[in-house]
Write a new protein. Structure first.
Length: 234
């Protein structure tokens, strides 16, 4: 009889820490995020930019595969990892946003919505019979306290960033963001930086393969270099 490989029992149970203090199923979920196409967020004085690579598949209807979702007029999600998991969290976020509007008569803050989503992510790491969400989110929005960009990972961790990238090209894209980010950039300057970081992280893509969304006080709009279009409700 062959000996059981190390960590095998901990590998199969989401709620058991390995002897070296790891939750292996959460780590696998993080790897799924790293395998996904790149998404980038940049926080600016008056807007948050969310960008992602648009996946093109022969015969597929482009609108059926989204990398950036509108949650409310003032909040958007960009994701990397599992589309199915992203879609469920988008639905949860939209419901929470509308309930807040009906209950309190005002739009939910970016931080409150992010915490609600991360509470959900964290909850499924604590019970048997479930698995972590295999998706990372960049949550960008504008509220009374200004512009905010949060990253959430499969463990339910929340970190606020000035600029951040997730997905397979994240490491290379982050180097570009670290070297070139300025807090006082305009939307046009931020879009150019986002595109540069995306092209560094995702080799071989062209500008037309990258979608950039600006989340502002007045709503959300698509951004291309020198051209803006209204974003239809997702």
């Amino acid at each position: 009889m062959q000996p059981m490989p190390p960590n095998m029992g901990y590998d199969r149970a989401i709620v058991i820490f390995s002897p070296d203090g790891r939750l292996l199923q959460v780590e696998y979920a993080r790897q799924m995020v790293k395998n996904g196409s790149t998404a980038i967020g940049i926080s600016l004085p008056n807007a948050v930019l969310l960008g992602a690579v648009k996946i093109r598949m022969p015969l597929a209807v482009a609108e059926s595969y989204k990398k950036i979702y509108k949650i409310d007029d003032h909040i958007g999600f960009a994701w990397a990892g599992s589309l199915a998991d992203a879609r469920e969290l988008v639905d949860i976020a939209r419901i929470k946003s509308q309930v807040n509007q009906i209950t309190f008569g005002e739009k939910i803050s970016v931080a409150s919505l992010t915490k609600h989503i991360c509470d959900r992510k964290h909850m499924v790491t604590q019970y048997a019979g479930v698995r972590p969400y295999g998706v990372g989110l960049l949550i960008g929005g504008v509220n009374k306290s200004g512009t905010h960009l949060f990253e959430t990972d499969p463990s339910g961790t929340i970190i606020e960033w000035k600029a951040q990238a997730i997905g397979r090209g994240a490491d290379k894209a982050k180097k570009v963001l670290n070297q070139n980010y300025k807090s006082n950039m305009s939307i046009e300057e931020g879009a150019k930086l986002l595109l540069k970081a995306m092209k560094t992280g995702e080799k071989g893509i062209k500008a037309e393969n990258v979608e950039i969304i600006a989340v502002k006080k007045g709503g959300m709009s698509k951004v291309s270099l020198g051209k803006k279009q209204r974003l239809n409700n997702a």
